[in-house]
Write a protein that binds this ligand. Structure first.
Ligand code: CKP
Ligand code: MG
Length: 312
C-alpha cells in the first residue's frame, strides 16, 4: 500500500445560484473530504491507496463509497454505521469570489469512529500514512482513533504526513490548537498554510511557521503559500518553489489536498524535495481550475503536459 488515510467524506450541496441559501432551489451534489480528495488524487496518478472511514446506512453513504471506490481507492476499511447518518454540507456563494460553508456533520457516522476501527488494520506494508487535523476534531473517539493509528504507524516505521487543515468551525482555539501541535510533533512531514501558522503559532511568517513546526519535532515542513508557491525545509535542505500560473481561480477548495497528493506522488517516485514540491504546486494549481474538489485532479499525462507547458 502506498498511502493510507482516515477521515470523513461528506456530500457537498452547492447551489447553482449565488445569494442567501434560503432562495436557492437547484443544487449540485458532489462528494468532498480532504483525505479522500488526496487519496483520489493519488489513485488517479496510479498509486495504491486505502481509506478508513464510516458512512451511514443511507443513500449519501452509498454515493460516497461508490464514488471513492470508483476512483480506485480501496474501501475495505470503510464501515457502515447502523445508527448515525452520513454528514453533509452546503455552500453559500456570497458572490463570484466568496462563499461560506455550513456543516451538517455533528454526530455523523464518521464522527463515531473509535480505536476499534483501527484494531484490525495492518500497516506493516504501508509506505505513507496521511492525516489531516479535521479527523481528530470530529469527536473525542475520532481523536483516540487517530492516536491509535499514529502509534501503530510509528511502531512500523510508516512515514507520517500531516496537513493541519484547521477548521475553526470544528476546533476550539486553545484545546484544538494543542491537539494539532501534538500531531505535528509526531509527524515526519507537515504541510501547514499561513492561516494554520496564525491559528497555531500566532505568526504568518513563512520561515517562522516552519521553524515552529520543526521545534515541535516535525522532520520536514512544507509551507503552502497559495499563488506564491511553497517553502520547504528540513535538516538537509530548504528553498522556495514558485507557483504555477493559472489564468484565474475557478474554485480554490481542494487545492491543499491536491498539493498533498502531488507531494506524496513525488516522494513515492523518489524525487528530490524541490522537484516533489514543484509537483505539489502543479497539482494544487490544476485543482483550482475546475469546480469541485476532485474533478480537477489530473491523470499522469495531464500533469506532465501542464508541468512541461509551465516550465519554471
Ligand atoms: O483545504 P482544502 O480546501 O484542500 O480542503 C477541502 C476539504 O474535508 C473539503 O473537501 C471539505 O469536505 C473538507 O475540506 C472539510 O471537512 O472542510
Ligand atoms: Mg487545506
Amino acid at each position: 500500500m502506498d498511502v493510507l488515510s482516515i477521515g470523513e467524506t461528506m456530500v457537498l450541496f452547492s447551489p447553482k445560484t449565488s445569494g442567501q441559501l434560503r432562495y436557492a432551489n437547484d443544487f449540485s451534489a458532489r462528494i468532498a473530504g480532504a483525505e479522500s480528495n488526496t487519496l483520489i488524487g493519488l489513485a488517479k496518478l496510479g498509486y495504491q491507496t486505502s481509506w478508513i472511514s464510516r458512512v451511514g446506512n443511507d443513500e449519501l453513504g452509498a454515493k460516497i463509497v461508490s464514488a471513492v471506490r470508483g476512483e480506485g481507492v480501496d474501501t475495505t476499511h470503510v464501515k457502515q454505521d447502523k445508527e448515525a447518518s452520513t454528514g453533509l454540507f452546503l455552500k453559500e456563494k456570497t458572490n463570484a469570489q466568496t462563499s461560506s460553508i455550513f456543516y451538517y456533520r455533528k454526530d455523523s457516522a464518521a464522527s463515531k469512529m473509535t480505536p476499534k476501527d483501527i484494531e484490525n488494520i495492518d500497516v506493516s506494508d504501508t509506505k505513507y500514512l496521511y492525516l489531516t487535523g479535521i479527523t481528530p476534531a470530529l469527536s473525542q473517539s475520532c481523536e483516540e482513533a487517530i492516536s491509535t493509528l499514529l502509534h501503530k504507524a510509528k511502531q512500523k516505521k510508516v512515514t507520517i504526513v500531516f496537513d493541519p487543515n484547521i477548521r475553526k468551525k470544528l476546533l476550539d482555539k486553545t484545546s484544538g490548537a494543542e491537539q494539532i501541535r501534538k500531531i505535528i510533533g509526531l509527524s515526519d512531514i507537515v504541510l501547514p498554510g499561513k492561516s494554520e501558522g496564525d491559528f497555531l503559532f500566532d505568526t504568518t511568517e513563512t520561515t517562522e511557521i516552519s521553524q515552529r513546526c520543526r521545534d515541535l519535532g516535525a522532520g520536514t515542513v512544507v509551507v503552502k503559500l497559495g499563488e506564491k508557491g511553497a517553502y520547504y525545509e528540513n535538516k538537509e535542505t530548504s528553498g522556495f518553489v514558485d507557483a504555477y500560473s493559472v489564468p484565474y481561480v475557478v474554485d480554490p477548495v481542494g487545492a491543499g489536498d491536491g498539493f498533498a497528493a502531488g507531494l506524496l506522488s513525488g516522494l513515492l517516485d523518489g524525487l528530490a524535495w524541490k522537484e516533489a514540491v514543484k509537483r505539489a504546486c502543479a497539482m494544487g494549481a490544476l485543482v483550482t481550475q475546475v469546480d469541485g474538489d476532485i474533478e480537477g485532479l489530473p491523470s499522469r499525462e495531464q500533469l506532465k503536459i501542464f508541468m512541461e507547458s509551465n516550465m519554471q
